[in-house]
Design a binder for this molecule. Structure first.
Ligand code: ZN
Length: 350
């Protein structure tokens, strides 16, 4: 894939926390990291758009630094004291934390959506080998093909997800060594049947290659933009029409935020499986053709570098690929659980 994308700058909760005294009308405000901890909510911060998303009990709150509105559950607008951005950290007022507490206390009976299907896309195939690693191992010349590693890992991931979710529609774009154009992959994605309120997760599996033969590690790319869910119109906001542009730009962030969460969970899952064997290169942002037309939160996993001799040998070993597939599976399960846990009767929501 092309690397035109910016490097993702990192989440607030992994950025160093600077102690800053910030004051709001109702007293000392607190950083969103502390607020999320206090609320026991999941936090995602997208520094480029300064958008914060807090989720808990099937509720979602979205707001931005310096903006006086908060979007609740993707549809209701609440006026808030504008959060402040101080040295790269967003601070919110105590009243916002109280409002969030009230909203989170009552579990939202209907999930924002349910994951109805997961589409696994092994990159390349057939005449398109993807990256090729040529190395001399034990005095023998060995060739490693990205398309094969992608397919092996995808198949393992498919089996694990089928076992985990017998009721979900799990599909692979290819199950053998065939060539698929990008358009064909998009067509497969768009042809998956979905009920209302159901979404597809799209996960593409690739292997990296670099001129620098020392480069190693796995990384996850997430889709940056290009999605458009049903946007709000005047009926949704009454006489607050002037708020429409900002609200709609927050909604456009929605799938980005979800893709970021999936990416983070997958990275954590892989890290837990192969730390010590391969470094975690983190999260990257990209717009890809293959998912640009598909209406779904999407991530692309780069399993490792085929251009590095040691890592190529790992990627040629089914036991190692199984660890990676397990890590990806565990990450997806964490994400799906977070989004669906309070939907099921007797679910595990706090
Ligand atoms: Zn590739």
């Amino acid at each position: 894939m092309t690397k035109k994308a910016r490097l993702f700058l990192g989440f607030v909760f992994i950025v160093n926390l600077i102690s800053v005294k910030a004051f709001s009308q109702d007293g000392l405000s607190i950083s969103i990291v502390d607020a999320a901890e206090k609320l026991n909510a999941q936090l995602v911060y997208e520094p480029l758009s300064k958008t914060v998303m807090l989720t808990k009990n099937n509720h979602s709150l979205q707001f931005r630094a310096e903006e006086k509105i908060m979007l609740v559950d993707y549809k209701t607008v609440v006026e808030i004291e504008p959060p402040q951005l101080i040295r790269g950290t967003v601070y919110v007022s105590s009243s916002l934390v109280r409002t969030a507490t009230d909203i989170f206390t009552v579990k939202n009976p209907v999930g924002h959506y349910k994951i109805g299907a997961i589409l696994i896309d092994p990159g390349h195939g057939g005449k398109d080998a993807g990256a090729i690693g040529k190395h001399t191992v034990n005095k023998k010349k060995v060739e490693y093909y990205e398309k094969d590693i992608n397919l092996r890992t995808s198949q393992m991931l498919y089996d694990k997800l089928r076992a985990e979710y017998p009721d979900k529609f799990i599909k692979m774009t290819r199950t053998s060594d065939i060539y698929l154009s990008l358009e064909q992959r998009v067509e497969i994605a768009d042809s998956i049947p979905l009920e209302d309120e159901e979404a597809i997760l799209y996960i593409s599996i690739h292997v990296n290659s670099a001129f620098d033969k020392k480069a190693t590690g796995f990384e996850v790319w997430y889709l940056s933009q290009g999605y458009r869910r049903k946007l709000l119109d005047e009926d949704d906001v009454g006489d607050e029409e002037h708020l429409l542009p900002i609200l709609n730009s927050m909604l456009e962030e929605e799938f980005t935020n979800e893709s970021i969460m999936i990416a983070k969970f997958i990275l954590d899952g892989m890290d837990a499986q192969v730390s010590g064997q391969s470094p975690n290169r983190g999260m990257k942002e990209e717009e890809w053709f293959v998912v640009r037309n598909a209406n779904m939160p999407s991530v692309l996993v780069e399993l490792g570098f085929i251009s590095n001799k040691e890592e190529a040998q790992l990627l040629g070993d089914d036991k190692y690929l199984d660890k990676l597939a397990t890590g990806i599976h565990n990450g997806l399960v964490s994400f799906i659980t977070l989004f669906e846990k309070s939907v099921a009767p007797g679910g595990m929501a706090e």
